[in-house]
Write a protein that binds this ligand. Structure first.
Ligand SMILES: [Zn+2]
Length: 318
């Protein structure tokens, strides 16, 4: 009888595996441009239509796929200190050639695909890579702005791709571009399935590093919105590491348009774990002498993510 393939193909790890979740509300401190999914060169931002009560409203959208792309690039372009190169160049892993190798810290979590036999150059040597599929174990969600404020349209005087252009007899063409208004709040979520602490380091690094670069063109960048939680002003950020999903998930309904309602909803859910209202920003749930769920909130969550990111910098980027 033939043996059938029943395994996932994922290599066994010496480290324990967990699920991880990151929940945050991001704020754009300035206008943001992120082109519409299918429309190229028309300078329209991506929006979605939402039913809010009896109304249908249009909301700006920081789409999860775009956020994922910025995060992957932040890893590909991360500086490898001693080698004087970028991480993607060191690994011969980029876009569109994702290396899909099991030891690649980027593809291990973001996934990769090689469709046909490919030769790449690493350290002056040629390496042949066979067709490979690695399914990502990191997924991105959220991104629908809270406020129902439609994009603004601005006129720009010159083409953004050239510094100097002599048009001859042609009149230089001004162009219009839409922008997401400043101060829009974007609830976002990253979930990791069955990853090790080492694998999560890349995810934490990319989540934090990408914040300065979210947006297409300029201006760019977001920050984590801060409010008072547990009597301290701190970022709206939650990190979970767990065997069993015991925390309420601070996900904002897209139908909410009030920032105060959305923030309250996030805080209420962030502070609710396994039927208990939390009074501290660090909490774990034991069960049968094991820790099955851990949650960090606000500044504690930020510090925990920063710990993972710093370990990534001193490990893979050293
Ligand atoms: Zn790779």
């Amino acid at each position: 009888m033939a043996t059938i393939q029943v395994k996932s193909g994922l290599q066994k790890s010496e480290q324990a595996r967990f699920h991880f979740d990151v929940y945050a509300i991001l704020e754009a401190p300035q206008e943001l441009y992120f082109g519409h999914e299918t429309q190229v060169n028309v300078n329209m931002v991506e929006t979605v239509r939402i039913t809010a009560g009896d109304d249908v409203v249009e909301k700006c959208y920081l789409s999860p796929t775009k956020r994922r792309g910025v995060e992957r690039r932040s890893l590909i372009w991360a500086p490898v200190r001693s080698a004087g190169v970028l991480l993607g160049d060191k690994l011969a892993c980029g876009i569109p050639h994702t290396c899909a190798q099991p030891n690649c810290p980027i593809c291990a979590v973001y996934g990769g695909l090689i469709t046909s036999k490919t030769d790449v150059e690493i350290d002056g040597k040629t390496e042949t890579r066979v067709p490979t599929t690695t399914v990502g174990r990191l997924v991105h969600g959220g991104g629908v702005a809270v406020q129902a404020i439609e994009p603004s349209e601005k006129q720009r005087a010159m083409h953004p791709s050239t510094l100097h252009r002599e048009s001859g007899s042609q009149t230089p063409m001004p162009f219009k571009r839409q922008y997401n208004e400043p101060s829009l709040l974007y609830p976002v979520y990253n979930h990791c399935m069955s990853v090790t602490d080492s694998e999560f380091q890349a995810v934490a690094y990319a989540f934090l590093d990408a914040m300065a670069r979210l947006g297409a063109g300029n201006p760019k960048g977001v920050r984590i919105y801060q409010v008072e939680m547990l009597s301290v002003k701190q970022p709206l950020l939650v990190l979970d590491r767990y065997m069993a999903p015991l925390g309420k998930r601070p996900i904002i309904s897209p139908s909410l348009t009030s920032t105060s309602d959305a923030i309250q909803s996030f805080v209420d859910d962030a502070l609710m774990v396994y039927g208990e209202k939390l009074s501290t920003s660090e909490h774990s749930v034991p069960r049968n002498e094991q820790i099955v769920f851990e949650r960090w909130i606000g500044d504690k969550a930020l510090k925990k993510l920063q710990d993972y990111a710093a370990d990534f910098a001193t490990g893979r980027l050293a």
